[in-house]
Design a protein around this ligand. Structure first.
Ligand SMILES: Cc1ncc(COP(=O)(O)O)c(C=O)c1O
Length: 408
């Protein structure tokens, strides 16, 4: 056997399978109630609309172009649709400011590649989206905790970055219904972040994967919209906004996008030419076809289903969880974040939970860049119906109450 590790680039050493992924493989058992996957419910996919879209494409003169190579920026009518859609939430831009990616995950990879030299610092919330850490890790950065309550000075961030021999390059976050906590950042914190980014002269990567999934409460303008309002136009902004059709239409087509000032878009286009030339032509056409005919109705449908599941999970947590556990009350998205008493370990609990209660969730530690806070759990309500949610939380509440009692 070759010693591959000797030949691989150093950056590959940070690409590791997590022990959690191993545990989650057990989820294939049919009798498990799973709150683990952060994925859309396939029963809600607009499959009939996609069937019509592909059928229309194949029976029209467009079929040749749909099966052909296409431009790296993305399918123009789709970019026009996105520019109109984001304008509704204050992101005033032209279709040229929109760049199509193969899922918004690809945007995270490209942005990591574009900004991070080894040892540079990426500011991320504690916790943050695990997939963002995986994407950025390949570019060998350090992470520092992004504080949104204004209690760290720009110098504090700069000093920490300098100690590790790099510079702060960007702050990455989800402002609405984040993965993993489900929390939303308030308007004052968004404004504070823009001021901090100005002082540090860094980019803000706003991951808006869950933007359309608001169930209640008042919508808050995206950071990108606030940046455009402050700067008088997108070309002067430092925010880079990424979005996705994965949570609203279907993730299998792999269509996401970036909205940003032209210098950023031009670099992303060059990166795409080098990496995969362009995202799937036919899938971009199909997404545009379905979005332009029924996006709002599809979003209304999934919001109505997910909001009931969110409610069911919050009611069940109130009913079954021990007093010393706390959790978030998300206004949208797919996740509730549970914090258990100090000293408890989510990974140990998951192993027990799968074996004895047949309930799965994701232990929270993986979402922390420093691997801290083992006493946290991510619970997704998107794929279980209300009765399953009640039963699953009942079992989990019992397990956690017993574990707390045993530790006392
Ligand atoms: C916060 C966040 N960003 C990005 C993604 C990537 O999604 P996609 O590549 O399907 O657009 C996900 C997927 O779960 C996510 O939760």
């Amino acid at each position: 056997m070759l010693d591959w590790e000797q030949i691989f680039a150093t950056r590959s050493s940070r690409m590791r399978a997590s022990e959690i992924r191993e545990l989650l493989k057990l989820l294939d058992q049919p009798d498990i109630i799973s709150f683990a996957g952060g994925i859309p419910d396939p029963a809600l996919f607009p499959d009939v609309a996609f069937k019509e879209a592909y059928s229309d494409i194949f029976s029209s003169a467009q079929v040749g172009a749909a099966l052909q190579y296409s431009v790296s920026e993305g399918y123009k009518p789709l970019r026009e649709w996105i520019a109109r859609d984001v304008a509704k939430i204050g992101i005033d831009c032209t279709p040229d400011n929109v760049f199509i990616t193969s899922g918004s995950q690809q945007a995270l990879d490209y942005l990591g590649k574009l900004f991070l030299s080894p040892n540079d610092t990426a500011l991320v919330t504690w916790p943050t989206y695990l997939g963002a850490l995986s994407a950025f890790n390949a570019y060998e950065p350090n992470y520092d905790q992004l504080s949104l309550n204004g209690n760290r000075t720009p110098e504090a961030y700069r000093d920490t970055a300098a100690k590790t021999g790099g510079a702060v390059k960007f702050a990455y976050l989800s402002a609405d219904f984040s993965n993993p906590t489900g929390e939303t950042i308030d308007l004052a914190a968004r404004e504070r972040l823009l001021a901090l980014a100005d002082e540090l002269d860094i980019a803000i990567l706003e991951d808006a994967a869950y933007q359309h999934l608001r169930y209640d409460g008042e919508a808050i303008p995206p950071i990108m919209a606030l940046d455009i309002a402050r700067r008088g136009g997108i070309e002067n902004t430092r925010t880079i906004y990424s979005g996705s059709f994965s949570k609203t239409l279907a993730p299998g087509l792999r269509v996401g996008f970036v909205v940003a000032a032209m210098p950023v878009i031009r670099k992303l286009v060059l990166m795409k030419q080098a990496a995969d030339l362009h995202s799937s032509t036919i899938n971009q056409i199909a997404i545009e076809h379905v979005a332009s005919r029924g996006f709002d109705a599809q979003v209304a449908k999934i919001r109505s289903v997910y909001s009931k599941r969110r409610d069911a999970m919050l009611v069940a947590l109130d009913k079954y969880m021990p007093k010393n556990a706390t959790w978030t009350r998300p206004e949208g998205g797919m996740f509730v974040w549970v914090t258990l008493p100090e000293g408890m370990d989510g990974a140990e609990l998951l192993a027990k939970s799968i074996a004895t209660e047949k309930v799965a969730f994701v232990p929270g530690r993986a979402f922390y860049a420093d691997g801290s806070n083992a006493n946290t759990l991510r619970m997704s309500f998107s794929c279980a119906d209300e009765a399953m949610i009640d039963e699953g939380i009942k079992r989990l509440g019992r397990l956690i109450s017993n574990a707390i009692r045993a530790a006392a």
